[in-house]
Design a binder for this molecule. Structure first.
Ligand code: ADP
Ligand code: MG
Length: 292
């Protein structure tokens, strides 16, 4: 393209809430065949809230929240923040913990009153040999409601479930409909479990789901799609999205996301709204279709 075309594109982009870091990306946008979207913070607001607390052992719901909150206080994960916030709202006083350890994509562990406290997903509990058989039906029904269910275990026993839900952004449904109308494949990528992921994808009309992906594997999934011939736009907000944003043909960061995601991107959506991606794609098609 001529420099003038790029400038026009860039100017129009800014009007539409798209900040462009790499001018070439504007041109590549017209060739995109698949849009990969991170779930938390991109399709959803990324503001998880505790919706259910289920006691399943010797402790009541408040005690389950107290134990889980005490351990999660050391974690910076949005799920941990939701649990801590709920405990604080109930004026729960946290207990002292030590030996905190976060296992990526799984959960957290700590020692509380000389016993191990665990909070995390099914895979985490299985790896720690915690029997969760009796909780499975409940977990499934929570996940089918698009909630993320975390299991709490203490002293080797499952003692309950804490479920959190996130809100879908106002314009996600509309934007995904527009991607499809443009003939693009839509794919959601997440570290969350497949059932919750599918439930959220259904709510917004996304066809394909890549779930239970460890943060470091997100970029590999983008690579896989590229090797299948897809030209990929990746939209994400988190630290763990940065390598995937780099790997994608066009990496698009959400303006409200982490600095590292923004630095790794070609474009940044100032508004944080997916509709801006739609505008960007249309703009690129329009601008570069008219120039030979
Ligand atoms: P995402 O950012 O998509 O939620 P993560 O890789 O951060 O993906 O987390 C994947 C899963 O690991 C979560 O859905 C949750 O089940 C579990 N997990 C991660 N961190 C925590 C935590 N601090 N407490 C409980 N569970 C956690
Ligand atoms: Mg995210």
């Amino acid at each position: 393209a001529t420099p003038t075309a790029l400038m026009v594109g860039t100017g129009k982009g800014a009007e539409n809430g798209v900040l462009i870091r790499d001018g070439e990306a504007v041109q590549t946008m017209k060739d995109i065949t698949a849009v990969v979207l991170d779930k938390t913070g991109t399709i959803t607001k990324g503001e998880a809230e505790v919706t259910d607390i289920i006691a399943a052992g010797e402790f009541d719901e408040n005690k389950v929240l107290e134990l889980a909150g005490s351990a999660e206080k050391s974690s910076e994960h949005p799920l941990a923040e939701a649990i801590v916030k709920k405990a604080e709202a109930k004026n729960i006083e946290f207990m002292e913990t030590k030996d905190f350890n976060a296992v990526v994509g799984r959960g957290i562990e700590a020692v509380l009153k000389d016993k191990v406290i665990l909070v995390g997903n099914q895979k985490f509990m299985e790896s720690k040999e915690i029997d969760i058989q009796e909780l499975k039906d409940k977990i499934i029904s929570l996940e089918e409601e698009a909630k993320t269910a975390m299991i709490v275990a203490y002293a080797g026993q499952a003692i309950g479930i804490i479920a959190v839900a996130d809100t879908i952004k106002k314009d996600s449904v509309k934007a995904i409909k527009a991607f499809k109308a443009m003939g693009l494949k839509t794919i959601m990528i997440t570290g969350d479990n497949s059932r919750t992921a599918r439930a959220i994808a259904d709510q917004v009309g996304i066809e394909s789901v890549i779930s239970e992906i460890l943060p470091e594997d997100k970029s590999n999934e983008v690579k896989k799609l590229q090797s299948q011939g897809e030209v990929v736009a990746m939209v994400g907000d988190g630290i763990n999205d940065a390598p995937a944003l780099k790997q994608a043909n066009v990496g698009i960061a959400i303006g409200t996301g982490t600095d590292i995601a923004i630095e790794s991107s070609d474009l940044t959506l100032v508004s944080g709204e997916l509709s801006s991606v739609v505008s960007g794609l249309k703009l690129s098609r329009y601008t570069f279709a008219t120039i030979k």
